[in-house]
Ligand binder design. Structure first.
Ligand SMILES: [Zn+2]
Length: 785
């Protein structure tokens, strides 16, 4: 059942304004015809067919992300996930005996000495060399047939053929027939550069990272990215890239449906942070109209490269800079009736608590999208809980970046987030632990509706809305059955088929320009201070229609700790807890919202809130702060040197540890790795270089070592598989040899110039801890590759 309706933008005007006064029962569908015209199919009550109108001129109003599917594809045998290329971050990480040479080679000067671990705004370098230069993949002429994914080589170039307008988009290996829209001409390339430039700017303000010293080094032994990827420019591999912490290689290949762009990381540093990625933007969507949507989409996609990605999760670091034991938990949720995956990272949990007002122990983590129960996933927030957050599976022009997303990136241990770059997310705000832990048919107020018969106010009272309920041709999953009929549910599978009020296209209370005119009979006013409220008001002498439940847009203000509303210019004070009030000249009553709903900006009223919100340096549970490592006090407002800097650092007066060389982390308890170790491609964990299948490009689990017989690196150990355990081995015999020739050797020559072959042999075959490294090459079971 592939039903994702991008109905939020579906043009659904409240064509029933007039009907209010007519004695008409609103059993009929409120919204059908216009919806179909917008190219978005909504099947409302009593409709049994799912119509999928494919039109070439449809206006795309949202972006459907295919990151999960791309990850799925990258797990195929022979596909590369990513490479590990170590970077230089501080002088102490360069091995002592080779200190001078290494530094000279990497272009470091003595004056470059900086405070250790000091984070600087992230420098993302964009490379457009590959735009228009991907053979078989870029559209250069109308009628040209190009590849999407990996269609069978010997298949006719048009079978299987891609459905350019599939809705929802179908991600598959197919042949794509190029049209004029798919060719990236000058104007499109100009838009591309502008949009990506703004994205990079945004991230520079939002994230800080420990800057790479000297040039960013890339191995580039294989193409970077997806669908054949992009070959790194030769000079990037030989000389590195100056002034960069991350390189994004840009392409403009076609995509299907409303997928505007996609992006993946392809190289990581020794800490697991992405240092190279591939971003593809479809020329079809590089239009003036799509500019705002494209901006949001690019922020979303670059987030995937930076760390919102299950592969990246496996490398996340805690405050000590050690690999995190747990990033997500998978549990069978009894209340929801299904298995869920939750992010349990400390700052994500903390910011979620402050957002939802969920200060109970029962809240353990923030749910990831399961795509309505379809297959694996893990790259997005659950839409049911975060709705228009930018990292949910679909993006539109109202998408916002929440603190939770910035917190996830900060919890990687690679970045420091600037939370002032976060937008206000309204969905779920201060709704309490119940909201996050219970089924959506138990939600209160405007978060839940169960009949199409009445209109209502949207969750944030900024618009009047309708309650879209779809009758599907098949049954919904057991856990998504909120109605007696097993095929009835909300319009979005990403939002777990929950039913809630969706704004009419002309229903805004706050934006007078986009909304229909206010109804004078009801005393309505539209504008920035107006909000949607339940009401049965009607001017004396007139009769309101047959609707028992009505609503309208009325002005509000917060004065002297009270909520006041106005009808026809007359202001009245509302009861603190909300409730009905009357106005002269009107029959019926207006139902005031509670004071805190419209006037309170903090979650101070929510049960279990902590002093000073724990200064956002600690988790808040049942009114008590649990400070993060390095913070103390009842509100976590004071810094402290944890464990007195483990005896490996100096406690500065501001309570921050200044670690000795070779040590890092908030308490200086973690050892940094030697360059030699990570040059082999391992990832550093507390002074040790770890090797895992999942960290390696093209590696799979092997029981036999025979594939590696011709390998010189760690040959002895790998050939004699003493313990008979599985270990990591390249899926193709040639890959590790390639890796050795193209990555390991050049990297060594770079760091150990002047015939270092002997040194390498010594390091890898004898004196270097090869045994340990090889044993650690054992399959890492957490991430099946
Ligand atoms: Zn995505």
């Amino acid at each position: 059942m592939e039903v994702t309706v991008r109905g939020s933008f579906c043009a659904v005007p409240r064509l029933v304004a007039k009907l209010r006064f007519a004695a008409v029962t609103l059993e009929i569908i409120l919204l059908l015809p216009l919806c179909f015209e917008a190219g978005n199919a909504i099947v409302v009550e009593n409709q049994h067919e799912w119509h999928n109108h494919e039109r070439t001129d449809q206006k795309i109003s949202s972006h459907s992300c295919i990151h999960d599917q791309i990850l799925e594809q990258r797990r195929r045998p022979g596909h590369k996930v990513y490479l590990v290329t170590p970077q230089v971050y501080q002088e102490s990480s360069i091995p002592k005996p080779l200190h001078r040479k290494g530094r000279a080679l990497l272009g470091l000067s003595d004056s470059a000495h900086q405070q250790k671990d000091a984070k600087q705004p992230i420098r993302i370098y964009l490379n457009y060399d590959a735009v228009g230069h991907s053979p078989d993949r870029d559209c250069r002429n109308v009628g040209e047939i190009v590849k999407l994914g990996e269609p069978p080589v010997n298949s006719l170039p048009d079978s299987p053929s891609c459905n350019a307008h599939g809705d929802p988009p179908v991600f598959s290996d197919c042949w794509y027939n190029c049209t004029l829209d798919d060719i990236s001409g000058e104007d499109k390339q100009h838009r591309l550069r502008k949009a990506l430039g703004q994205t990079v700017d945004w991230f520079r303000r939002a994230l800080a990272v420990e800057p790479v010293r000297g040039n960013l080094r890339l191995s580039g032994y294989s193409a970077c990215g997806q669908d054949g990827g992009v070959q790194l420019p030769r000079e990037y591999v030989e000389d590195g890239v100056a002034d960069a912490d991350l390189v994004l290689l840009v392409t403009t290949r076609p995509t299907t449906g409303n997928t505007l762009a996609w992006a993946v990381a392809c190289e990581r540093d020794q800490w697991g942070r992405a240092i190279a990625g591939h971003v593809n933007v479809a020329p079809r969507h590089l239009t003036a109209e799509a500019e705002t949507l494209l901006s949001a989409t690019l922020v979303h996609e670059v987030m995937h490269v930076l760390g919102f990605d299950p592969h990246a999760f496996a490398h996340f670091r805690d405050d000590r800079k050690r690999r995190r034991g747990q990033v997500t938990e998978q549990v069978m949720d009894e209340k929801l009736g299904r298995a869920v995956t939750r992010v349990v990272l400390p700052r994500v949990v903390m910011h979620s608590r402050f957002h939802y007002g969920a200060f109970s122990e029962n809240f353990t983590g923030l749910e990831l999208e399961d795509g309505g129960g379809r297959g694996t996933s893990g790259s997005h927030w659950e839409k049911r809980l975060l709705m228009n957050e930018i990292m949910t599976g679909s993006v539109d022009t109202r998408s916002v970046v929440s603190k939770m997303t910035l917190a996830l990136l900060e919890d990687s241990g690679w970045y420091e987030a600037n939370y002032s770059m976060a937008d206000r997310l309204d969905w779920g705000r201060n709704q309490g632990t119940e909201f996050v832990t219970s089924r959506c048919d138990q939600w209160k107020g405007a978060y839940h509706c169960n009949t199409t018969q009445f209109s209502g106010c949207t969750y944030n009272r900024e618009a009047e809305g309708y309650c879209p309920i779809v009758s599907y041709s098949g049954d919904l999953p057991q856990w998504a059955r909120y109605f007696p009929q097993s095929n009835k549910g909300g319009q979005s599978s990403l939002a777990d088929y929950c039913t809630y009020y969706v704004a009419y296209s002309d229903g805004s209370c706050t934006d007078a320009n986009s909304a229909r005119p206010p109804d004078r009979m009801l005393g309505e006013v539209r504008g920035s201070s107006s909000r949607c409220m339940a009401s049965s008001l009607v001017r004396t002498g007139f009769v309101r229609g047959s609707m028992t439940q009505g609503n309208g847009c009325y002005q509000h203000r917060c004065v002297n700790n009270s909520l006041e509303v106005a009808v026809d210019g007359i202001w009245k004070v509302c009861p603190d807890a909300g409730g009905p009030i009357r106005f002269p000249g009107f029959n019926g009553e207006l139902i005031c919202p509670a004071y805190h709903e419209l006037c309170s900006t903090s979650s101070a009223r929510v049960v279990g809130q902590c002093p000073n919100s724990c200064s956002f340096n600690g988790d808040c549970v049942d009114g008590k702060c649990r400070c993060f490592l390095g913070f103390r006090g009842h509100d976590c407002s004071k810094r402290s040197c944890p464990g007195n800097c483990s005896g490996r650092g100096r406690c500065l007066r501001n309570g921050v540890c200044q670690c000795q060389d070779r040590y890092t982390g908030v308490d200086c308890s973690t050892e940094v790795c030697d360059e030699q170790c990570s040059l082999h491609g391992g990832v550093c964990d507390n002074g040790k270089c770890e090797f895992r299948c999942s960290d390696y490009a093209g590696y799979t689990c092997q029981n036999s070592s025979s594939l590696l017989s011709s390998l010189s690196v760690c040959q002895d150990v790998l050939e004699v598989d003493k313990l008979g355990q599985q270990h990591c081995a390249p899926s193709e015999p040639s890959i590790l040899q390639q890796l050795e020739e193209v990555v390991v050797m050049p990297n060594y020559h770079r760091l150990f110039p002047g015939g270092a072959r002997k040194l390498i042999n010594n390091l890898f075959n004898k004196h270097y801890d090869c045994d340990t490294a090889a044993k650690k090459l054992a399959c890492w079971h957490g991430l099946a590759l």
